[in-house]
Design a protein around this ligand. Structure first.
Ligand code: FAD
Length: 295
């Protein structure tokens, strides 16, 4: 079966909604042509100003996962364990994320999340996914998510990503720069590399020690020789031992990495962090093609 979606790309979602309004439209395919007929000519006013394109079957399918368990990890992070519906056995490749979807007062809200654990329970034909999710009191999606309880349902899409992280993460030298919940895509990559006896370096940026996420959650020991972890705090006055202070910057990377050559750099955090991380790495002489951002 052929499924198409017409993307209407306006400056804002509101533009697109205004364009469609509450009008009815009919879609016909014939002789390789797509024809959309609206119930009012007014709908088409301004249509030529809205760029649009057609993509073949781009929309992921969503499945209703059941929330099996919720654990509080620190002051604003929760671990959600979800189980797929019967017969949905959906492997999540390394570095891929899914889209979580819920509805608030008739509005559909979506956000991407990366499982820190993805197990296919072949014996019962289901998948079990674990997500570490930071709740933003002033956010849009997470204040709704946090209202859900064990036993409730959360819709998740099929996995999504453009880059073959599995291949990249097999490279001999990998350095990760993660800020806050940006640690999530790194967790399974760290486990994967550890299983292959490959060393990884992780710079884990947080505001304060209370924001840290315990290593036990990752099924890895941060003392392991295969895993070098540098905790960097932006809002702690005193740091001790291996801890570092400040924000991502060229000097911090230069002082703590012996080489930038033949290394793949993985970056994940809020947009401002990602921009600063890429800039700092480039100032250290890293070629942009060796820097991979999860976004
Ligand atoms: C590929 C990918 C994977 C991800 N995986 C995870 C994961 O596993 N776990 C996880 O916790 N998160 C993950 N995220 C982040 C997640 O998708 C959401 O962005 C996050 O949960 C916040 O959503 P929210 O709607 O609650 O907050 P938002 O409404 O997005 O707001 C978040 C914060 O940003 C501030 N903010 C919003 N807009 C602006 C603005 N214009 N200027 C300045 N500040 C602003 C808000 O005030 C708030 O403090 C991932 C993101 C991506 C892209």
């Amino acid at each position: 079966m052929f499924k198409s979606i017409l993307y209407l790309i306006g400056k804002t979602e509101k533009n697109n909604l205004n364009f469609l309004g509450k009008h009815k439209f009919e879609v016909n395919f014939s002789n390789n042509n797509l024809q959309i007929t609206f119930d009012s000519p007014k709908v088409l006013i301004g249509c030529d100003k809205i760029p649009s394109k057609i993509a073949r079957d781009p929309a992921p399918s969503f499945y209703k996962y059941r929330i099996e368990k919720i654990d509080k990890i620190n002051h604003d992070c929760f671990l959600y364990r979800l189980v797929s519906p019967d017969g949905i056995y959906c492997p999540i490749p390394l570095g891929h994320h899914v889209i979580a979807r819920l509805t608030k007062k008739g509005n559909v809200l979506t956000r991407p999340y990366t499982p820190i654990s993805a197990k296919c329970l072949a014996n019962i034909g289901k998948s079990r996914l674990e997500f570490l999710i930071k709740i933003y009191q002033d956010g849009i999606f997470t204040p709704e998510l946090v209202k859900l309880q064990e036993g409730d349902v959360l819709e998740l899409s099929e996995p999504n990503n453009r880059v073959n992280i599995e291949k990249l993460s097999d490279e001999s030298n990998v350095v990760m720069l993660a800020a806050g919940s940006g640690i999530t895509p790194m967790v399974r990559i760290l486990q994967h590399r550890h299983a292959q006896k490959r060393q990884s370096t992780l710079f884990f940026f947080n505001r304060k020690r209370i924001d840290l996420i315990g290593e036990a959650l990752f099924n890895l020991s941060f003392d392991d020789t295969l895993l070098v972890v540098k905790n960097v705090f932006s809002d702690e006055q005193d740091v001790s031992g291996d801890e570092l202070r400040g924000r991502v910057r060229k000097e911090l990377l230069e002082e703590n990495l012996s080489t930038f050559k033949d290394t793949q750099f993985f970056v994940c955090g809020p947009e401002g962090f990602n921009i600063a991380a890429v800039k700092s790495l480039e100032e250290c002489g890293v070629d942009r093609k060796h820097i991979h951002i999860f976004c």
